[in-house]
Design a protein around this ligand. Structure first.
Ligand SMILES: [Zn+2]
Length: 399
């Protein structure tokens, strides 16, 4: 499976993947998925939002156990983020057939469309639409960098955009959704485990900081006369690092704009965008409040006015405790202590958890690097992931 997927959408220059929604590379990934489904005698279908499904058993029977992930990528993404979950799903089914188990519930493997949001700027479009967390109106307004709308892109790829929208009947037929994913951090590497269970997706948000100072000549303005917003910005970046470190959270200023942006001008305005995430809401609130306070104190010293605007926020997603405990029981049956860990990254499983009992398995990523061509997972760990997923599916669907 990896051999067939490896060349699709791979950029020879960067070595990374550019599998954006509804492009030729995406179509090749979808063809691959369909071929995998049909070669195993599974019933193949796409849903009204273009997500792909491969069914063993009656799709309409209800209480289905579904596993899967996504095949699209970020710009110059790695090989594992997404595809590891889909490949492992098919491999786990093969393993269960080898074991000769009998299924008492329908089983499905899914590929959710446009998880990364690389083309239209919104992540998890396929699962968001299905779960009713993205309205049809909003979906119609999504445009890529060339001004092509989501419906236009879908149509060009041979899908009917007229059907998109919430799909409660389909989600109601799912009894459990389990997504296996490469870990996007080093928790498993540090604990020495190949596989872990997700506890929750951290709450996260984005805040825009506007630092208003006074533009002036970089050569003739005495230091004491300056109102330099770059200084306040720099102090705020350091404060963000300090607050995050103290709280065990993360905080990042990854984007900045400067006016007038001249090399010999003291800026009049610096805008910085803060992304911050923490294990729980209270911790995140503390970090955000600490950074804002530090920015305002520094601004007073510098004669700079600081304004903070929250641009987006996603609360914590707790995966269903009963299903999580069941996974821990299944994987811990031989006395193994399977680590349970939170993550700072979003997933389709997080979106679906509002409608369906949902769980996630993580496979060790020895460097923690993700969204990069350097993203990796060891072969033994991938095999361990398939074994764990097969055990979970057997435990859930073969009672
Ligand atoms: Zn992913």
């Amino acid at each position: 499976m990896w051999r067939e997927l490896a060349p699709i959408g791979r950029n020879a220059g960067s070595g990374g993947y550019r599998r954006y929604a509804w492009t030729a590379a995406d179509a090749d990934c979808r063809e691959w998925f369909k071929a995998q489904a049909l070669s195993r005698g599974l019933t193949y279908e796409t849903d009204r939002n273009g997500n792909q499904w491969a069914w063993l058993g009656d799709p309409l029977a209800g209480d289905a156990v579904v596993t899967g992930s996504h095949l699209d990528s970020v710009p110059d993404g790695g090989a594992f983020d997404g595809p590891l979950g889909v490949v492992s799903s098919f491999a786990a089914l093969d393993e269960l057939r080898r074991r000769g188990v009998e299924f008492s519930r329908p089983l499905a493997i899914s590929n959710f469309g446009d998880e990364e949001g690389a083309r239209f700027g919104l992540a998890c479009v396929g699962s968001r639409l299905a779960a009713g967390q993205l309205t049809v109106d909003k979906a119609h307004q999504l445009r890529d960098g060339d001004g092509i709308s989501l419906p236009q892109a879908m149509e060009k790829a041979g899908y009917d955009p007229g059907t998109i929208g919430a799909d409660p009947e389909r989600l109601a037929r799912i009894g459990a959704f389990v997504e296996l994913h490469v870990e996007q951090g080093r928790a498993l590497d540090l604990s020495g485990d190949a596989v872990g269970i997700a506890s929750a997706i951290w709450p996260h948000g984005r805040w825009r900081y506007d630092f208003h100072g006074e533009a002036n000549h970089a050569g003739t303005t005495r230091l004491v006369d300056r109102r330099d917003p770059m200084l306040t910005y720099a102090g705020t970046v350091l404060a963000a690092r300090r607050e995050a470190e103290l709280a065990g959270a993360v905080a990042t200023f990854g984007k900045i704009s400067v006016e007038p942006n001249g090399v010999n001008a003291i800026p009049s305005l610096v805008r910085g965008w803060l992304d911050s995430r923490a294990a729980d809401q209270a911790t995140l609130d503390t970090v955000i409040a600490g950074i804002e306070q530090a920015a305002k104190e520094r601004g007073e010293r510098d004669g700079v006015d600081v304004r903070v605007t929250r641009e987006s926020f996603t609360p914590v997603v707790e995966f269903e405790h009963a299903l999580r405990d069941e996974l821990a029981k299944i994987l811990g049956k031989d006395g193994a202590d399977v680590p349970v860990l939170g993550t700072g990254a979003g997933h389709d499983a997080g979106i679906l958890s509002s409608s369906v009992p949902t769980a996630m398995l993580f496979v060790r990523n020895p460097t923690g690097v993700s969204h990069s061509p350097a993203e990796t997972a060891g072969e033994d760990d991938c095999v361990a992931g398939v074994g764990a997923l097969a055990d979970v599916l057997e435990g859930l669907a073969c009672r």
